[in-house]
Design a protein around this ligand. Structure first.
Ligand SMILES: [Zn+2]
Length: 82
């Protein structure tokens, strides 16, 4: 199985929560080693999750994910359908 950036973003919160299966986790780990963008996304998503958890609010701000994706689309001009 090969995954691209969009797959990583789709699963990133499950990945942080440890809810992805071992195979997918391995693929994401491998991708993160070679992709600076996804590493940055992971870091910032993790920070948001930690901040939110500290406030004992367990929902991400509305639109968070959409905004993130929108920004990533802009910053990833080469990403697109195969
Ligand atoms: Zn990536």
């Amino acid at each position: 199985m090969r995954i691209d950036c969009k797959h990583v973003w789709e699963h990133i919160s499950s990945y942080i929560d440890g809810e992805v299966d071992a195979e997918l986790r391995a693929e994401i780990d491998k991708h993160l080693e070679t992709c600076e963008i996804c590493s940055a996304v992971l870091d910032s998503t993790r920070n948001v999750v930690v901040l939110v958890a500290d406030e004992r609010v367990f929902e991400l701000p509305a639109g968070f994910s959409d905004r993130l994706h929108e920004r990533l689309e802009k910053e990833l001009p080469l990403a697109g359908p195969p």
